[in-house]
Write a protein that binds this ligand. Structure first.
Ligand SMILES: NC(=O)c1ccc[n+]([C@@H]2O[C@H](COP(=O)([O-])OP(=O)(O)OC[C@H]3O[C@@H](n4cnc5c(N)ncnc54)[C@H](OP(=O)(O)O)[C@@H]3O)[C@@H](O)[C@H]2O)c1
Length: 212
């Protein structure tokens, strides 16, 4: 798939590298296009770099890997997103990791869907630390991610991208359920950083049924 990564920070660069290794075609978008080009060159595999708008135009799937505080401006800068799949990976921790900053009657993903007119927004990849992305197997258990969104075809494509990363992906239903799965990221942050469990942790839903 042609994937644009908006934001060349820790999450965006790691996701781009991992998906490039799975034969996806990556274009990084950056506020500084030279930074995106340099990152793309370091990855190889046909990856390229440019502005947010150039990356968004190039791809069918756009991953928003920017801080929540910069999300609205980044979406505006990315230009026309009508018809595109937009993956919202933002976490909405309050300043100083002090709990949840949005909810419970709305969510970051729902706000993003309003800003990105016509885009098919899917919430995903927000409940695990970037440090764990290369080690999602915990003994016999495979880490879960929870995704949600209203467009089933878009969600199925994003689910496949999650599987490509090594996740056991749980479909948590429509986009409104971002209100339920966004706070999980804050639980992850609380456990990892404040309760001293460290970043080598991930969520697992126990079930006797197949989750795929
Ligand atoms: N790191 C994790 O473990 C992790 C895990 C799950 C979810 N997330 C979420 O994923 C998103 C990205 O996280 P990250 O760790 O990659 O963050 P990061 O290392 O700080 O990178 C964020 C990138 O966003 C872009 N950006 C756009 N507007 C910005 C602004 N106003 N201020 C700062 N940067 C801005 C920048 O890329 P350019 O300069 O290239 O434009 C920057 O490099 C966040 O919402 C975070 O909560 C992170």
């Amino acid at each position: 798939m042609k994937i644009a990564i908006i934001g060349t920070g820790r999450l965006g660069s790691t996701l781009g590298k991992m998906w490039a290794e799975k034969d996806h075609t990556i274009m990084f978008g950056s506020r500084d296009p030279q930074k995106a080009k340099k990152l793309a060159n370091s990855i190889g595999s046909g990856a390229s770099g440019g502005t947010y708008e150039e990356a968004a135009k190039f791809a069918d799937i756009i991953v928003l890997a920017v801080p929540w505080s910069g999300a609205k401006e980044s979406i505006k800068t990315a230009g026309v997103l009508d018809g595109k799949i937009l993956v919202d990976s933002t976490t909405t921790a309050a300043p100083h990791l002090g709990g949840v900053s949005i909810g419970p009657t709305t969510s970051a993903a729902e706000k993003i869907a309003k800003w990105a007119v016509g885009a098919k927004v899917i919430k995903a990849v927000h409940t695990v630390g970037v440090e764990s992305l290369n080690k999602l197997q915990f003994g016999s258990q495979q880490a879960n991610i929870f995704i949600c969104g209203d467009n089933l075809e878009a969600k199925s494509k994003v689910k496949q991208l999650g599987i490509d990363l090594g996740f056991d992906v749980i479909d948590a239903g429509p986009l409104i359920n971002a209100r339920l799965i966004e706070p999980l990221a804050m639980l992850w942050i609380e456990l990892a950083y404040k309760q001293g469990m460290g970043t080598d942790i991930a969520f697992k839903l126990l079930t006797r049924r197949k989750t795929r």
